[in-house]
Design a binder for this molecule. Structure first.
Ligand SMILES: *[C@@H]1O[C@H](CO)[C@@H](O)[C@H](O)[C@H]1NC(C)=O
Ligand SMILES: *[C@@H]1O[C@H](CO)[C@@H](O)[C@H](O)[C@H]1NC(C)=O
Length: 215
């Protein structure tokens, strides 16, 4: 019996291993296409593309197009983040055959109407924590306050943190990990729906302790 189960387990492993996709991995700063090497994805992943446009007022700060292996549940992700006076809008798309090229992702429409929510805002380029008294008024469907921590490890290591307004889509992700050219990326999205005033000292220190333990 045990050997039959063992055989079945091996068979299942082989069958699923056969379904792992190969996808192109590349990044382009400026163009909405890129070329790169084909890599073998994890079993639950498909070939994804993401496009992120960051604007400050009416001027574009950056346009980043990426192709990577992504978990299926992160296909078609769309949303935005607003920090101080900078807004990043992003869209994703996927396809699921070897080295396929996903459709060009579409970005959410810009909506500059204030929605009443006020969030703390800050940016730290060299730590996984930031907190200031500054606030930002949220617009459109950015209905959540976000604390995003990013940790990159590998040849180059760095931690960044930011606070601002975001769409529920990003909060629902809660965590995003990726590996690219030997670098490991770990992004955490911690959200609250409240106004800036809702952050009590206690909540903050609890979050601080939590973060220290996680990272
Ligand atoms: C964008 O693509 C064009 C044509 O394919 C190329 O000439 C240009 O260098 C690319 N720009 C960037 C920023 O990759
Ligand atoms: C823009 O955002 C406001 C505030 O959330 C909302 O009431 C309005 O319906 C949005 N407009 C569009 C066109 O989505």
């Amino acid at each position: 019996m045990r050997s039959v189960l063992g055989f079945l387990a091996v068979l299942l492993a082989l069958v699923s291993a056969g379904q792992a996709l190969s996808c192109i991995q590349c990044v382009s700063f400026g163009n909405r296409s890129c070329d790169g090497l084909s890599v073998s994805c994890r079993l639950d992943n498909v070939c994804g593309a993401s496009y992120t446009v960051t604007t400050s007022g009416f001027s574009v700060v950056s346009r980043i197009y990426m192709r990577v292996c992504v978990p299926k549940n992160q296909c078609n992700l769309q949303g935005s983040v607003s920090v101080i006076n900078v807004m990043s809008r992003f869209g994703g798309s996927c396809c699921n055959t070897d080295n396929c090229t996903p459709d060009l992702p579409t970005l959410p429409a810009v909506n500059t109407t204030f929605n009443g929510l006020v969030c703390r805002t800050c940016v730290s380029a060299d730590s996984d924590w930031c907190y200031t008294k500054d606030t930002v008024q949220c617009t459109g469907n950015e209905n959540m306050c976000l604390l995003q921590t990013t940790s990159i490890t590998g040849e180059v290591s760095m931690n960044t943190a930011l606070r601002g307004c975001t769409t529920k889509s990003l909060c629902d992700l809660s965590q995003h990990t990726a590996e690219y050219a030997g670098q490991k990326l770990d992004v955490r999205f911690i959200c609250t729906g409240g106004t800036a005033g809702l952050y009590s000292g206690l909540t903050l220190s609890l979050v601080a302790i939590l973060l220290t333990n996680i990272i």
